[in-house]
Design a protein around this ligand. Structure first.
Ligand SMILES: O=C[C@H](O)COP(=O)(O)O
Length: 251
């Protein structure tokens, strides 16, 4: 039985003060982690405030990115080793915004996944096709390729404990959600890809999120699908009431 995981991805929208206020507003109404994992992914500058505010609550903390080296002359980068020391749980990697604006490659993402596991963190690995790729009928092939590249040389146990987020680029921040059937179709492809690369046991354990205009009004429908175990939520995770409605989707 896979534990649902709802992760807010704040992107570059909050400061430390707003972070502390947000957590104060939600921390007493989060579901038990054993029922639904509630995660917030925040920019590196907000992580100390987020970790401090989340202490003693059910909230788990994710970084929005990290580098694949632990330390050294890498100006501006964030060390996965330090993230672990700080108490971070997850790191989001391969988000389409990082692939597009910061030119992250499949190879970088795979290296980051290895660095994340080496440091005892867990990855939320993003994948997803553009509208052009979808319209060319190549969404399945594209996503399977991204998943295969991201997981290269990871062990079955590592993959079983990973989270993979399917986010069609055309649905991010656009208000256009993939229908729950469209989302399920590709999330099933992700699981099948994991089964092909590893085995059914690993595929059965890996948790798959859908992301792209998820909101309180559609979360229940998406979460009812067999291969959707959670959501990676941008805009609708920025307001405490909306975030609480998302993580409490099954109440
Ligand atoms: O990481 C989150 C996704 O990019 C989705 O963003 P959105 O919920 O604002 O569409």
């Amino acid at each position: 039985m896979r534990t649902p995981i709802i992760a807010g991805n704040w992107k570059m929208n909050m400061n430390p003060e707003q972070t502390a206020e947000f957590v104060k507003a939600v921390k007493n109404d989060l579901p038990a982690t054993s029922k639904v994992e509630s995660v917030i992914a925040a920019p590196a500058v907000d992580l100390p405030a987020l970790l401090e505010a989340a202490k003693g609550s059910e909230l788990k903390v994710a970084a929005e990115n990290c580098y694949f080296e632990d330390e050294g002359a890498f100006t501006g980068e964030t060390s996965p080793k330090v993230l672990k020391e700080m108490g971070v749980d997850y790191v989001v990697i391969g988000h389409s915004e990082r692939r597009d604006y910061f030119h992250e490659t499949d190879e970088d993402i795979n290296k980051k996944a290895h660095a994340i596991f080496k440091n005892g963190l867990l990855p939320i690995i993003c994948c997803g096709e553009s509208l052009e790729t979808r319209e060319a009928g190549k969404a399945e092939e594209w996503v399977a390729g991204q998943v295969t590249a991201a997981l290269k040389d990871l062990s079955g146990d590592q993959v079983a404990s990973s989270v993979i987020a399917y986010e069609p680029i055309w649905a991010i921040g656009t208000g256009k959600t993939a229908s729950s059937d469209q989302a399920e179709e590709i999330c099933a492809v992700v699981r099948k890809t994991v089964a092909k690369l590893y085995d059914e046991t690993v595929a059965d354990k890996v948790r798959i999120q859908y992301g792209g205009s998820v909101k309180p009004a559609n979360v229940k429908d998406l979460m009812s699908k067999e291969n959707i175990d959670g959501g990676l939520v941008g805009g609708a995770s920025l307001v405490p009431e909306s975030y609480l409605a998302l993580v409490n989707f099954n109440k």
